[in-house]
Design a binder for this molecule. Structure first.
Ligand code: NAD
Length: 245
């Protein structure tokens, strides 16, 4: 492993257009569980609360689960060492962008500037009628569903529900960054959620070196991954960062 870490640090140091592609695993050490697996969120909540049609028909019921998962629970989370190292790599000029599937805002809180939010962000709420945007602290979540002060219409968290399309700008910019990338760091994702999962594949097709960090093998490991570093995201990234000159 030591030799591999050294090699990966060298690849990162000489990269020109590296991106990171992150999933729920990077936030596990911040206390946010992934969706799947024995401790995943779907073992406790019904995924239908995030289905767009269900939300429109049952806003109060959907909002009860949404509040519990994304505001009472996520709300307390702080960024961890893995988020911090990505922000430091960007600051050093070694990372062009983070393409994230996460909706927890932790990359931005750690200091990352160029973040493409493939699935939106839970820290924004949008009026479905007039488009007015709110941060959670501006909204009274004791009365559900929360409503817009302008037109009293329902607010929706600004992340992608099941049955909803990917935000166009994030999609376009992520794909372009993947095509331009010479290295892609794939961190804490199973690679099962489409179309996000095609980002590393698109980078690889255009010649990028794929470095994967995960506690378990993923859909990428036996296919497109060049270097698989098994372990917790913060531990591996902090070790790599120490080796970068
Ligand atoms: P996933 O839940 O399918 O898989 C998580 C991956 O992280 C697994 O491969 C697992 O082995 C790995 N992992 C777990 N702990 C890790 C650690 N400490 N270090 C490194 N890797 C670790 O996640 P996904 O592939 O991102 O897909 C799930 C979807 O759910 C995404 O679309 C995402 O938007 C959403 N989601 C987001 C959050 C969040 O915002 N934090 C949380 C749960 C789910």
């Amino acid at each position: 492993m030591e030799k591999e870490l050294q090699k990966v640090a060298e690849i990162i140091s000489s990269s020109k257009s590296m991106i990171a592609f992150t999933g729920a695993g990077i936030s596990v050490e911040s206390g946010i569980p992934p969706f799947r697996g024995p401790d995943g969120l779907w073992s406790r909540y019904d995924p239908k609360c995030l289905d767009l049609d269900y939300f429109h028909l049952n806003p109060e019921e959907s909002w009860k689960a949404i509040k519990s998962i994304f505001y009472d629970f996520f709300g307390e989370a702080k960024y961890n060492g893995a988020h911090k190292v990505l922000a430091q790599l960007e600051e050093k000029g070694l990372l062009k962008a983070v393409v994230t599937q996460n909706i927890d805002n932790l990359h931005q809180e750690a200091g990352s500037k160029t973040v493409y939010e493939f699935h939106g962000n839970s820290q924004r709420l949008i009026c479905l009628q007039c488009g007015k945007s709110y941060v959670p602290s501006e909204v009274n979540l004791n009365e559900l569903p929360p409503k817009c002060v302008n037109d009293k219409k329902i607010l929706k968290p600004d992340f992608v529900f099941f049955g909803e399309g990917i935000p166009e700008t994030a999609y376009r910019k992520s794909l372009q960054a993947a095509r331009d990338a010479d290295v892609v760091l794939v961190i804490g994702t199973t690679g099962e959620v489409m179309p996000a999962a095609m980002i590393p594949t698109e980078a690889k097709r255009n010649g990028a070196v794929v470095i994967e960090i995960n506690t378990e093998e993923s859909n990428y490991t036996d296919g497109i991954t060049d270097y698989f570093l098994q372990g917790k995201a913060s531990e591996i990234l902090e070790e790599i960062y120490c080796l970068i000159k």
